[in-house]
Design a protein around this ligand. Sequence first.
Ligand code: ASP
Length: 439
Amino acid sequence: MSKVVKFGGSSLANAEQFQKVGSIIRSDSERRYVVPSAPGKRFGSDTKVTDMLYACYDLAEQERDFAKELRDIEERYQEIIDGLGLEISLKEEFRVIEKSFREKAGSNYAASRGEYLNGIIMAAYLGYEFVDAATVIFFSENGEFDGERTNQILSERLAGCEKAVVPGFYGAMPDGTVKTFSRGGSDITGSIVAKAVKADVYENWTDVSGFLVADPRIIHHPQAIDVITYRELRELAYMGATVLHEEAIFPVRQEGIPINIRNTNAPEDAGTWIVGSTCQKSRYVITGIAGKKGFCCVNIEKDMMNSEIGFGRKVLQVFEENGISFEHVPSGIDTMTVFVHQDEFVDKEQKVVAGIHRVGNPDSIDIESDLALIAVVGRGMKSTRGTAGRIFSALAHSNVNVKMIDQGSSELNIIIGVANEDFETAIRAIYDIFVVTKL
Ligand code: ASP
């Protein structure tokens, strides 16, 4: 049995957090492969080491003095080393980093040093082997992650290591230069490592006890989700629920490896299990609610639209030609509505309107702005009658006007469009009816 354990920045922000991580790892001998992030914030107004590195490298690139900024970063690590009572020194590493910054090694290289150095400390602290991610995780020429090459080399490399630390967030381009994933990308590394070693579970340790049914900024102390499927998670993540990097589910999903989100500050909590499929019912009919503000809808009317072949395609092509992606396209007999992100659309709206007139000759086009979309997600909805009814009566009781309804054919989610200003009220009403009162 083997487990891959990834620890986020807040779990490794200082020596005290490292000690918690150390005891979590030592308490289970199956936790053999460790993927650390860079040190995160120690307190609310603190700066993540990754952000310090970006800022420091910016100065280097502008050929300004960056000695103090680099020293501050070195001190963050020294504080951890001293706090853990380790004998190692990062002096030589910092000398190389300084030289590389002067030679303009690139911001990807700069940012990756956060994980790289934390990996060295973690390996020394645990007595695990250190495996530099640049030697086992690869990107192809076009900058995309090269899953095949990575899996081959990484699995061979780790087959020879009983216990290892692989720093998160970066890998190497074919010419050997360092490249990072997008922000929060250590989650992806963890998933890649789990796939390579065919782990039994990918534990992702963070500072919350898993996914919550709703956003804690809107709902006071929401319930945690025990088990969620990959598909449900995709829906919620797309709508803004963030705990795990969106791309982190793909490598493990292919292998059927479950992800367990855990809390470093409350290791006794079971956290959330993310699985391919499950016969476990969720505690409530819905698994989660998430949403986003800032949408616009373009309502298009044309008599006999329903019998005009190709009308929808022509309209959507106008959005495509203007580089705007659409979110939802609910339609009626003689109407069609296209939901788009307001900030993507604003500058191009008149071009889009003119384009639709040109290709489709509609009777009218009307634009509505400042809308929010809310996704109510749950594998349980399929087998429960009246879910939609409960949602809409809850919204009506809270005086929320529903502007759009979209239920996907998967019956996994119901998407509701409301005015931006009704967003929080709507989420509270839905949470209330399914989780609090369970009416
Ligand atoms: N340290 C990187 C970031 O701050 C990557 C990560 O933490 O996953 O985005």
